[in-house]
Design a protein around this ligand. Structure first.
Ligand SMILES: [Zn+2]
Length: 113
């Protein structure tokens, strides 16, 4: 088992920061850093992410994988607005909604009008 080659931090709507590291195991039972941070957030009773960043082994920001994108989408009806930091130097950010086009559960998860 290895852990920590990727780290993630997220800022919640309430202004709290949660962090996590990736867990890599021999047969893929580990978890991404983003989902580790999300688990810490949920454990603390929160579910609304404002911003998230993953830091890759080379120190650069990394794109969340499909599983992490999906989990964020399912946690919060407003998840499309989550800011994902893509490049630290240029401060380039994408909205989660841009990274999950044609999301399967739009009709089920849409915010109440
Ligand atoms: Zn992931």
């Amino acid at each position: 088992m290895e852990a920590g080659s990727v780290a993630a931090a997220l800022l919640t709507e309430a202004g709290n920061v949660y962090v996590g590291v990736c867990i890599d195991t021999a047969c893929s039972l580990g978890m991404c850093a983003e989902r580790s941070a999300i688990a810490a957030m949920v454990t603390a009773g929160e579910s609304r992410i404002r911003r998230i960043v993953a830091v890759m082994p080379d120190g650069r920001a990394g794109m969340p994988c499909g599983a992490c994108r999906e989990l964020m989408m399912q946690l919060d009806p407003a998840a499309r607005e989550v800011e994902v930091l893509l490049d630290y130097e240029s401060r380039r950010v994408a909205r989660l909604g841009e990274l999950v086009p044609g999301w399967w559960a739009d009709a089920r998860m849409a915010p109440e009008a």
